[in-house]
Design a protein around this ligand. Sequence first.
Ligand code: HGY
Ligand code: MN
Ligand code: MN
Length: 407
Amino acid sequence: MNVDRQRLEQSIEELGRIGQTPRGGLTRLALTDEDKRGRDWMVARMREAGLSVTVDQMGNIFGQRPGTAPLAPVMMGSHVDSVPTGGRYDGQLGVLCGLEVIRTLNDEKLSTRHPVTLAIFTNEEGARFQPAMIASGVMAGKIALEDAYNARDKDGIRLVDELERIGYLGPEPCVPRPFRAYLELHIEQGPFLEEEGLSVGVVEGIVAIAWSRLTIHGVQDHAGPTPMRIRHDALVAAAEVVSGVRRIAREIGGELVTTIGNLVVTPNIVNAIPGRVTLSIDMRDPSDATLDRALARLEPIVREACEREGVRYELENYWRVPYTPFDRGVVDTVERAARAAGARYRRILSGAGHDAQYMAAIGPTGMVFVPSHDGRSHCEEEFTPIDDIEYGARTLLVAALDLAGRA
Ligand code: HGY
Ligand code: MN
Ligand code: MN
């Protein structure tokens, strides 16, 4: 029994066209019209596959294939929202390979003891609304529904209003639901599998992640007549923070990564001294203790840079997910499945966050990785060869069937 490679390739192509960028990437931000079109496309495919489709309060979509016994489902899922000018594999592959597994079970007229459910989680990327993985976070009871509803994008639009606008504010409570196991196939978004000539990663866990936001208040003024000695330039202080955050990673070393990905200058024109700068800080490490050490260095760097420039700041550490080990039994099942699928594989840790990180807080969870070409992701160059995708999908099929049990 094998997945249908052509059908899977066709689905990747079709869904990838919704929000496609001129360079062949993908911009399909959460709860935008493109996201609605992507969701509608997926719901239509789920219904064609005979799934009963439900939507919960956070717009998470569930397609259930019945089992022969009244047991908790084996869930497969991921997300269909992307980052701006991202790729068509991040998130999409997990959802489409999960759909392909269900389509294959249908082709083989195979019944399973446990039901099998395909899940699509809202706003996994955290690109439009923060934090990331907000909807699986609400389901896991780690983020309050009201806080998620009131999350606002850069234009001040609330998440809940966008859910309503696109017709995905569902009636189902967004609360922990029992599952036999949750499996997420995802691209590695790093270089290791491709470097080692492997097709599958058996994911053992996900790093700890911390997001902070910094606002620096300077004195907006004219770039010409204002002598240097009386300036309080928010961007000069911000620039020192940017190099300080890189220094934290360099000095602590190991697997710590620090990133400043978003920086907004106001008024952001040639001839005005910046009055305000906001910037994001993303820090990650496999060890929570190391991440705490990195975070402890952040405020002193900010304070020193702002004191030197005579500007004020607010620093908010607003999101933290701990290092998350996956369920040993599920990881072993994924490894057996990779072997049975004939894939060259190894065990690996995820440096990216995934909905699986929150699902692991409420049930047995595991992930299947497939390689990223040149390790690239969150960019239009994102690519995974169909041969590797086929090995990954076959691994997902064997693992899901093992966990759901043939009737
Ligand atoms: O931030 C992450 O790791 C994921 O792409 N949301
Ligand atoms: Mn993703
Ligand atoms: Mn992503």
